[in-house]
Structure formats: C-alpha cells, structure tokens
Design a protein around this ligand. Structure first.
Ligand SMILES: Nc1ncnc2c1ncn2[C@@H]1O[C@H](COP(=O)(O)OP(=O)(O)OP(=O)(O)O)[C@@H](O)[C@H]1O
Ligand SMILES: [Mg+2]
Length: 320
C-alpha cells in the first residue's frame, strides 16, 4: 500500500466571476521514503493540491471530489480534530516563506519544544534539549544560543532551517515542501536542498516537493509529476523525464532550461499562457499552445495512460 494516494482529486473555488477548477482530477501516489516532484508553471494548481492533502484549502475553496488516503485511511473522512493530529505528527509542510509557519512572538526554541511536547509529551526541559538538537541537525550554528532567538533575529537562510526543524520535530512520514528554496539566493538555495536531501535519506521520509524549477527536481526527486491546468499530464521516474519526455508540455518545460547555471529561474519560454481555469472542459488543456495538437485534441480530453512501464502520459500524439 502506498504511503499517500490521491485519487481523482478536484478542488474548486466558487468566485463571483465563476468556478475556478484549480485541481481538476489529479491522481498520484507516493511510496514510503520516496521523493515525488510536482512541477508546473505558476497557477497550475500545485499549492492547492498540497493544501487539499493537508485539508487546509482556504474558503471559498472546496474539495468537491476524490479520495486522499494516508496508509489507507481516507483523510477526507476525518473530523477536524483527527485531521489536526495528522498534521501535527504524520504530514508536515514547509513553505517558501518561513514566517508562514514561524510565530513572531515566540523564540525558535520554544516553538520547536512546543511541537515536541505536543507530539511526544515528556518534560519541558527535555523538549527544549530536543529543540536544540533539531536545530543542530538542520545545521544551525550555535544551536543553543539560536534557540533563544526570535524568528526576526535570524537571517533568511537560518529562518528556513528553523522552519524545517519545526516541521520535522514530530518525525513526520511525509513532508510537503512547497517551493522551499525559491525565495533564497542561489548559494543558500543549494545548502537548503543539500539539507533536505540528507534529512530525507536519514529519516527515510517521503517528500512531495513542489517546484517550478526542473533543476531542483533533477537533484532531489525519484519521480516527477508534471501538472498543467490542474491536471497531471505526465508522470515518470526522474531520469525518464529528462532523457525521454513524452508530453509536448514537458518538452517545452525542458527547453526552458538552457543551461544549469539558469536553474532556479522561473520557466518562461513556452509560447502562450495557461488557460483560464473557469473555462469549459472539452479537450486537452494544453491544445491551444501545443505544436502537435490535432483536431481530436480540442474535442477529447486525453486520459493519463501508461505508455512505458512506470511512465504515464496524457497525450494521444506523444511519440513513444
Ligand atoms: N483563494 C482563491 N480564490 C480563487 N482562486 C484561487 C484561490 N487560490 C488559488 N486560486 C486559483 O487556483 C489556481 C491554482 O493555484 P495554485 O496556488 O495552486 O497555483 P500554483 O501552481 O501553486 O502556482 P505558483 O507556482 O504561482 O505558486 C490558480 O488559478 C489560482 O488563481
Ligand atoms: Mg504555489
């Protein structure tokens, strides 16, 4: 049984200007200890997918269909209290902006210690020692002193490390990392990626890594799902995506990667823009931008099909 399985997930925002179909029938699974990359342009539904898994979609957003199973248990059936326990212990999330998770009015050490206490109980003093140890594990220098700092006293890179320590304190089985390094400069970015890779391997933790940066994917992921307009259009082991991409959209994304020195920059060179997610659903969402589109692409939405072992693509004209 997969650690996490998402089946037919649809999440929509009912707005005055129409219903935004942010996630429109997404299915994937993550195995224990696996790092799955979720990649796509801005606005394609990456964050809404992760917020749906955490059951943290803000109103007016709503999950309208699908199943989200963690070790077989359906998270959509859980009440608020049970879901809080899942978030506290089994699934953790880190964001681009550390202040989304860190509380400005408590010291770093107090926040991590509180997370340890909530999860494991025990004595305050022991929880504090655990907090300092966690800061040491994420390579915060002088962790005993830094634990007494407030978030604003730390540099951006250290704040990011503190957020990771806070997320990992309860020992989650799954870490969802939503653009964890996008806001950092390139050197710090590389250090944080190294750290994530090491922590993932040491703990055997599964990671859903959300990014628009294929360079980050190449470094960290075992498998990649490419998402476009709220739908997964291709999913495969990472080497296959780079060596033999099948979907025209994936090929377009890879052409946006002229040189490794440009890793980390936003993707930009596919002609045209993603569709309005309030539109009707006939046809492939990428057809208007697709160099290979044929008549039927505009009429029938292609299903994700396994074209090679473990390599799924939603495109009838993709050349295998
Ligand atoms: N509160 C909201 N109300 C209405 N629409 C929303 C809301 N939040 C997200 N959306 C829409 O849902 C779609 C998916 O958004 P999402 O934040 O998941 O994109 P993303 O892939 O994470 O993009 P980025 O790379 O910029 O973070 C977008 O079209 C967005 O406009
Ligand atoms: Mg996002």
């Amino acid at each position: 049984m997969a650690l996490l399985s998402v089946e037919g997930l649809r999440t929509q925002f009912a707005t005055g200007a129409g219903t935004v179909r942010a996630v429109d029938g997404v299915s994937f699974a993550i195995e224990r200890g696996e790092v799955l990359g979720l990649v796509g342009e801005s606005g394609c539904g990456k964050s809404v997918t992760s917020l749906s898994i955490m059951r943290l979609v803000p109103p007016p957003g709503q999950i309208v269909a699908g199943r989200i199973r963690l070790e077989g248990e359906d998270l959509l059936d859980k009440d608020a209290e049970a879901m809080r326990r899942v978030r506290g212990a089994r699934i953790a999330m880190v964001f681009q902006e550390p202040m989304t998770s860190l509380n400005p009015v408590f010291t770093i050490g107090d926040q991590i210690a509180a997370a340890v206490l909530a999860h494991e109980g025990g004595r305050r003093r022991a929880a504090w020692d655990r907090a300092v140890e966690m800061l040491d594990q994420v390579q915060v220098p002088s962790p005993g002193e830094r634990a007494r700092d407030y978030p604003h006293q730390l540099s951006g890179g250290l704040r990011q490390r503190a957020m990771i320590a806070l997320a990992l304190a309860p020992g989650p089985q799954l870490l969802i990392a939503d653009e964890p390094t996008t806001a950092l400069d390139v050197t710090i970015q590389a250090q944080i990626l190294d750290l994530l890779r090491r922590l993932q391997a040491e703990r055997g933790m599964a990671v859903l890594l959300i990014t628009h940066d294929l360079g980050v994917v190449a470094e960290l992921c075992h498998r990649v799902a490419i998402i476009y307009a709220g739908r997964i259009v291709e999913m495969a082991p990472v080497a296959r995506i780079f060596e033999e991409p099948l979907h025209p959209y994936t090929r377009g994304l890879l052409r946006c990667l002229p040189h490794p020195s440009r890793f980390g920059q936003p993707l930009s060179s596919i002609e045209g823009a993603p569709p309005d997610l309030r539109g009707a659903d006939a046809g492939c969402p990428f057809a208007p931008r697709c160099p290979l589109a044929i008549e039927s692409c505009r009429r029938h939405e292609p299903a994700l099909a396994e074209r090679r072992p473990g390599h799924f693509v939603a495109c009838p004209v993709a050349v295998v």
